[in-house]
Design a protein around this ligand. Structure first.
Ligand code: DGY
Length: 327
């Protein structure tokens, strides 16, 4: 039995992941796996030791899968499966060079992320966090005509930066709020997705009352939300980011929010994460910051871990993965 066990492919799971994924790995009988059994990331040095000789790695978005790690893992490594739709923590060139296959978790989190994006948008535009704070701390003097006024979705133009599955799901949810028009930008027009939400391919900055960032972080999108964008936006505009912090130039965003270039920002992602508690963005009333929770529902996180496990197992069998990233 022990001999048989030791011949199974070796897998390292870099973090405690939700039970559905672990059950799949366990019940498969296909791998021997070890897990960093903690809610916190493992020290890098420890990670580099643990991946040595592995056939597969199941990771989350805090682990940098770069040349150093791949070297440490060695030539047995065939599959990296990340429990995330984002893949900016993976050095795709290095993986491709070594013919290592990559699994990720699109689709299963789309509804959950879109739902949170709408919640964050409303919390920001209707100033909910400020309002509860005022109510709790004695700021609620009387009903006042312009006190805590915000901006409404009815008759607005919503801009989507990077139209993919998530952008479409956000638009579908916003439509019943009587949005007048959806516009989007992307590297190229995406007519099939755009038709689903009747969105036009157009310049976002000048027209958007709400701008939702839904693109992947890549070298092309790094820092694209900068002063140049904010300075062209409407003064009433609300900026929402649930993709990756790296898409935004945070100094420029601070400037835009503190000088009234735009009305507010809701961020579920920042640079770095966690955003240090002394960061200037926290001092702004018109900035709502969440700790990267867009996919945080029990159902979705379990679905992500299950998909990550199934990707890993399929990859190790040499079969097509349920969701494989084309390199
Ligand atoms: C992802 O999947 O990339 C999110 O950021 C976490 O769900």
């Amino acid at each position: 039995f022990h001999r048989a066990m030791s011949m199974l492919p070796k897998v390292f799971v870099t973090r405690r992941v939700p039970p559905d994924g672990l059950d799949i790995l366990r019940k498969s009988g296909q791998v021997q796996f070890e897990m960093w059994d903690s809610d916190d990331p493992m020290p890098r040095m420890e990670l580099l030791k643990k991946v040595k000789g592995c056939d597969g790695i199941l990771c989350v978005l805090t682990e940098k899968i770069d040349a150093q790690l791949l070297e440490a893992a060695g030539p047995n490594l065939k599959v990296v499966s990340t429990m995330s739709v984002g893949f900016d923590h993976l050095s795709l060139d290095e993986l491709k060079k070594r013919e290592i296959r990559v699994g990720y978790t699109p689709d299963v989190l789309t509804d959950c992320v879109a739902e949170l994006t709408v919640a964050l948008l409303l919390a920001t535009s209707r100033r909910l966090i400020e309002a509860t704070h005022e109510a709790k701390t004695g700021g609620w003097g009387t009903w006042r005509t312009l006190w805590l006024c915000g901006h409404e979705l009815a008759n607005s133009t919503v801009g989507i930066l990077g139209l993919g599955r998530i952008g479409v799901a956000i638009a579908e949810r916003l439509k019943p709020f009587k949005v007048k028009k959806f516009i989007y930008t992307d590297v190229t027009p995406r007519p099939e997705l755009a038709n689903m939400i009747e969105a036009e391919y157009d310049k976002l900055a000048e027209q958007s009352d709400f701008l939702a960032v839904c693109c992947a972080l890549t070298p092309e999108t790094h820092g694209i939300c900068n002063f140049n964008l904010f300075s062209k936006m409407k003064k009433n505009a609300i900026f929402i980011n649930t993709s990756r912090g790296g898409v935004v130039n945070q100094e420029d965003l601070y400037e835009a929010l503190s000088t009234g270039l735009i009305a507010g920002a809701g961020l579920d992602v920042t640079t770095p994460e966690p955003l240090p508690t002394h960061h200037p963005l926290y001092t702004l009333k018109n900035c709502v910051i969440l700790p990267h929770i867009a996919s945080a529902s029990y159902t979705t996180r379990n679905a992500m871990s299950a998909l990550a496990a199934n990707n890993l197992l399929a990859g190790l069998r040499g079969e097509p993965m349920p969701k494989e990233l084309k390199l």
